[in-house]
Write a new protein. Sequence first.
Length: 649
Amino acid sequence: MGDSVKTAVQLRRAVLVATVLFGLFGLLAYRLVELQLVRHPELAEEARRNREREFLRQPRRGDILDARGVLLATSVPVRTVCADPVLVGDRQAVVARLLSPLLGISELELQQKLLPRVRWDAETGRAVTNRYVVLARKVPVETWQQIRKAMATLAPPPDSTLPKAEKNFLSQLSRYAVFVEPWEDQLRVYPNQKLAAHVLGYTGLQEVTVDGVKLLETRGADGLERTLDAQLAGVRGWRVTEVDGGRREVVRLRDQDVEPRDGWNVVVTLDAVIQNILESALAEAMEQHRPRNITGIVLRPQTGAILAMACLPSFDPNRPGDAPEEARRNVILTDHMEPGSTFKIVVVAGALNDGVVRLEDVFDCEQGRFAYGGRILHDHHPYDRLTVEEIITKSSNIGAAKIGMRLGEPRLYEYIRAFGFGARTGLPLLGEMPGYVPPVNRWYKISIAQIPMGHGVAVTRMQMAMAMAALANGGVLMRPMLVERLEDRRGRVVAAYEPQVVRRVVSEEAARAMVRALKTVPTPQGTAPAAAVPGYAVAGKTGTAQKAEGTRGYVPGKYISSFIGFLPADRPEVLIAITLDEPQRGYYGGQVAGPVFRKVAERVMQYLGVPPDDSETESGSVARAASEGAGSRPGSERRLRSTHGGRES
């Protein structure tokens, strides 16, 4: 009886176990059928989505080149270097020691990045260790190759006697622990460091959202990089591909690949050699005179093409954050100033053009002291009677004021605006100020005397240079030109830009008369003998303006000193404008800006191969300029005669 009961129990157990096992196998079979047949397409698609990535392909940013093809700004391929903390394991210190000198990051910082971070995944309900951390962005491809070689040194040698698990760990560490993102990035590089920094500008990283994905893209932040960002940036492409567990692309599974359209190359009017000549001369003057800032412009008067433009202090666009904001500002465009005596060209040119004066007309300069409008006007020397030409030669404030009175307020205002003051020049750079010219109905009685000598108006250095260029160009004002053309990567021209005429300001006869007067300035009799250039006749004008600060009025000892000139005077090739803000050793424009002009002009004439004026020596040029200043030119000045004749005023 006992055996039969035992047998029955065992049988029931066997049946129960068999039933359970059969049920389990049935469930497994059902699940297998469901996964392999019923849900296979769905699961395969989900797995593909988990592996598939759509990467935006960034276009290569266009280059910036000078007019002769010298590379001023370019982009080099870089990568984003990442790491898998799980594969790094406990070797953070070893990996950090290898990568620190290559990435320029401290070992301690790298070790902190390489530590695994455990977080709780609410969806899966389990702890997850991060498998991805960015170590450095914008890493040159050459540096990445060095990193790969350095990591390869961690691999076990083929004849290693290490345990299999240790060998596998080291092999994974050396090959996969440090990797790069599947897409290439780019780094903006300025191979000439500070050269033309204020024109070129610089780039920065900007966060953008594309199809819900946040990206860091290179964008222009200042200068041409910013104003021409759309042309330089290009058009994005994209790539649909699959990645493995380490986020590395499986190239054979690449699905779609749409090429980006690279940005256009920008060819500017700058000449890198002339730019270097200018910046070198400015740097020497900066050292000698210790101004708050010093600027220079070199341009072609006939076209308005800017050959060089520089401000000191400057900055390196490769590292713009290292420089203070003051050094990054293009004061040629952003800062207003009272121009001082360089502004006398406006009133004299206007008066000559209207025929209310001629170069031989004589004005009483009151022995350097003239009461008008409740104010006392002064000259730097007690001049008695000066011709209009001599008023330019000697830079007489009183003489310029009296010419302004003869011209009259409405016409003076019209000429000021016609020369471009009170409006932006249109240079394709951000931050340009329009200046300020008060309308006639807001002038004081003294304004007609002060404005002709460059007080009571606010101008930019670019406006002043373009006004002088109009006289060098026969009376025609040009728009300054900085961009010559756009090209694609193959050098095919996409867009070309031509010089633009703004307006005729004065007649050719009036412009020639002004050139004749301006040629007397860089002579022993003028205010800028130090600006004379051996072998070439120079036409130019000095400016020495006392600075005004807020409600304090004019501040003793603070000046803006300038010289603007062009040469050869009768067949101008270039105009050069030099301005120093608060020079510390000397302050007259002819003394501090004149020598800088001469230094730049000499080297530029030599570089451009401009032949001298009939092989003149310096003394011959000065002597001829002085002799021409003593009388009028037949045929031109007669047409400018006014009813005032040659009487004194």
